[in-house]
Design a protein around this ligand. Structure first.
Ligand code: XLS
Ligand code: NI
Ligand code: NI
Length: 448
């Protein structure tokens, strides 16, 4: 059957994922591996469709560029879109494959780094011109498919010039180059109607503190973010900037260590009006936290912006970026998510890669179907817990002593330390009150 013109614009001339139709919701009884069992985009959960809750995005770098190579071995994935030796043709083929995949999986968004979309050129100007060509192409694809850009970013960590950092480099010339690259990436993001812009500082940190002036580097980082933000605003960008915390890897220590560190940094350098957080599961665990903890810290500050979905491995300590599948962990996260009122401007981006030995093209589908399904299922469970169980009351009761009498006065700042001393002297030893942890835990299991 001849393709319509619109279909050709979305898919390109060639179909890469042959035989795989658009993935539909078929429910948990379906045995079709190419169907959603839980993610039903139009289903309302707490007054909002699943599609609007999650705003799922596909990560260009892992899904269309990640060839399975690792420090111990050559690439294992022979992506048919990465065959041309002409960088522009290869980037266009990759984009054809990307929009075919994103449309078939039914994700409303994608995310990219400048260099995922097209390889860098020999100069900054050459890179900018390549990005122009590819963003022109992307605009047509976005228009034909309805797929939107959740966020753009610049890769300031792969090129050897950034070996000592980008915005935190001890050499101003490198900082300037990074600035040029960020300007191009911001221009591309604005051109594509990107809703947000991300800074992840893989090399914004140090390898040895001995040769590092930490104070100067962090001051420079703040200065860099200020001028990047000012530039984007001057070009009409209305979206949010996200900082993505990670404690280490590739640097020994990264300045954007975790939620709490980034929030303190944003406050110290007066960036809170424009920046929020993009939190990643595997980064949380690398920092020694649960993802629910990271989300809660951000939510407390009103800065829960966006999520990079993946998972680590409990038996080893690096950023394995596996697809999420832990229902219990995600349910805890969705409790935080729902009670925070969702994400501020962002969505859920699958910053995850299929394993090195998952070499079939359809593995990319299974990975994303599984990821979207586990989020949907966790959302349903968390919503049930909040609506049907005693969870909220139990939590409320735990703090009830602050809603009356002296407790209420304390929270309003009406008691001094001498007052506390007097109250304690009069009352004597406080009663022991159980934290009921096991009972709380059982509620999750009950609603799964
Ligand atoms: C790496 C980060 C990276 C950011 C975007 O660990 O997760 O992929 O999300 O630069
Ligand atoms: Ni990561
Ligand atoms: Ni990430």
């Amino acid at each position: 059957m001849a393709k319509s013109k619109k279909t050709t614009v979305i898919l390109g001339e060639k179909e890469y994922f042959k035989g795989i139709p658009k993935i539909k919701f078929e429910g948990r009884k379906s045995k079709n591996p190419f169907s959603f069992k839980w993610y039903n985009e139009d289903q309302k959960v707490g007054g909002k469709t699943m599609k609007d809750h999650f705003r799922f995005a596909i990560a260009y770098w892992h899904t269309f560029c990640g060839d399975g190579g690792d420090p111990f071995g050559a690439p294992t994935k022979k992506f048919p879109w990465l065959t041309s030796s002409d960088p522009i043709q290869s980037a266009k083929d990759k984009m054809d494959a990307a929009f075919e995949f994103i449309t078939k999986i039914g994700a409303p968004y994608y995310c990219f780094h400048d260099v995922d979309m097209v390889d860098e050129g020999a100069t900054l100007a050459a890179s900018a011109s390549r990005l122009q060509t590819l963003t022109d192409y992307a605009l047509q694809k976005q228009k034909a498919s309805g797929v939107k850009l959740l966020w753009g970013t610049a890769n300031l960590f792969s090129n050897p010039r950034y070996m000592n950092g980008a915005a935190t480099n001890p050499d101003f010339e490198v900082v300037a180059y990074a600035g040029g690259q960020v300007k191009n990436a911001i221009d591309a993001t604005i051109k594509l109607g990107g809703e947000n812009y991300v800074f992840w500082g893989g090399r914004e940190g140090y390898i040895s503190l001995l040769n590092t002036n930490m104070k100067r580097e962090i001051d420079n980082l703040a200065q860099f973010l200020h001028i990047a933000k000012d530039y984007a605003r001057s070009q009409g960008f209305k979206g949010t900037f996200f900082i993505e915390p990670k404690p280490c890897e590739p640097s020994k220590h990264q300045y954007d260590y975790d939620s709490a560190t980034v929030i303190a940094f944003l406050r110290e350098y007066d960036l809170l009006n424009d920046f929020k957080l993009n939190l990643e599961f595997n980064h949380a665990t690398l920092a020694g936290h649960t993802m629910a903890h990271e989300m809660q810290v951000a939510a407390n500050a009103g800065l829960l912006g966006s999520l990079d979905a993946n998972r680590g491995d409990y038996q080893n300590g690096w950023d394995t970026d596996q697809f999420p599948n832990d229902l219990y962990e995600l349910t805890e996260c969705m409790l935080v998510f729902l009670q925070a009122g969702g994400l501020k401007g962002g969505g859920i981006n699958f910053d995850a890669k299929t394993r090195r030995n998952s070499t079939d093209l359809d593995d990319i589908f299974h990975a994303h179907i599984g990821g979207m399904d586990v989020f949907a299922r966790a959302l349903l469970i968390a919503n049930d817990i909040l609506k049907e169980s005693d969870y909220k009351d139990l939590m409320k009761n735990r703090y009830a002593s602050f809603t009356r009498g002296n407790g209420a006065k304390f929270t309003k700042g009406k008691l001094s330390l001498e007052d506390l001393s007097k109250i304690a002297t009069k009352k004597g030893e406080p009663e022991m009150r159980s934290g009921k942890q096991e009972m709380f835990e059982n509620i999750i299991n009950q609603y799964i």
